[in-house]
Design a protein around this ligand. Sequence first.
Ligand code: PLP
Length: 430
Amino acid sequence: MLSDNIGREGSRLTFAGHDVTALAETYGTPLYLMDEGRIRRNCRMYLQAFRSSFGGDSLPLYASKAASFKQMYRIMAQEGMGVDTVSSGEIFTALSAGFPPERMVFHGNAKTDSDIRYAVSVGVGVFVVDNEEELLALNREAGQQGIKQKVLLRITPGIDPHTYDAVNTGMVDSKFGVAVETGQAKAFVAQAIGLENLLVRGVHCHVGSQVFEEDVFQRTVDIMVRFMAQIRDELGYTLRELNLGGGYGTRYLESEKEQDIPARIAEVAQRLREQCEKHAFPLPRVLMEPGRSIVADAGMTLYTVSSVKRIPGYKSYVAVDGGMTDNPRYALYGSRYTVYHAEKDGGTEAVFDLVGRCCESGDIIQPEVHLPENTCRGDHIAVCTTGAYNYSMASNYNRIPRPPVLMLTGEGEYLAVKRESLEDLCAFDL
Ligand SMILES: *Cc1c(COP(=O)(O)O)cnc(C)c1O
């Protein structure tokens, strides 16, 4: 099985120790399952690795765009994580769950005046400022509200992490941040430290997502520490915090290797010490922002088969009661997934395209999956590793209600997000 929270008892698939067919029958499908124990375990893995590699003042921040709903912020608060937010909506959701605003970081390359006003007014701890216009707007707003806002400045280190283009964010021509290579980053820092209502704590970078190449973060550290030393030497200002962004990859297929994240973090810390020594720069406080690697393998989506279509000489389809509305990731960037039949195991298999119910040929959850030949209407299908960027990217295309999120624990299960009703779909129609 793909992950140790997935199993089989006889032919029945289990997730976090629960029989998934029974859950599908009780709660209906499509259904997002989340393994709460796995989310907490992933948080603790980061917290421990940070403490031992970067020291006690370091902090992992959960990039909450990966899966944003109130219960997720409660879990993060309980575990002692910080959180990243990227919109007033995420900030509001976190606050509604009682998440402390001073442990929030506010991201985004196109924050509006109202986003900035709202985030300053509720006391969001740190802004990661993306560009000059935002810098000036934030300085103005902080002045109006009579505070000195802590900020990090988003820097583009010019690193290609060799992942998919749509999730690469650290290259010089990125829409995010200000580039070191062009000299603009230095000017950006110089401008920021001159603004009276801002307190520049450090710099931020995020090179991409689904990063597996071992030295990506080390190369990033080289560039960032060199840049921080340059700022000290040329501007006489010491940047105390270094946020290295998110991006550690998660295993989606049995053929992919497992990533030892604590070992990777230890290597990054080692490189940071070397670089700081080389530039005689004081060790900065380190932050990172894992999203996917906190929640992806805690998720699974269950569907019910609507039809099986065989086109002799061409291909076969299994169509289910969800699709790109609950998981747009294959349609967006060709993401790979592992798919299991929930009740049938062994026997002859066939190759099917697993497709959704939307009126788009591109509504493919996963092409060429192996499922039992006798798969038929009414069977349940499980798509694994859907904890990140599924619920948070879901839509109501074709007026399909969004599925609920069911949390699984050692004792039982509970709804963290309820299923949208048909009435909910019309809630804003006048
Ligand atoms: C998306 C994002 C993250 C999280 O990335 P993952 O690949 O989910 O770990 C972290 N930081 C920033 C700035 C992001 O945009």
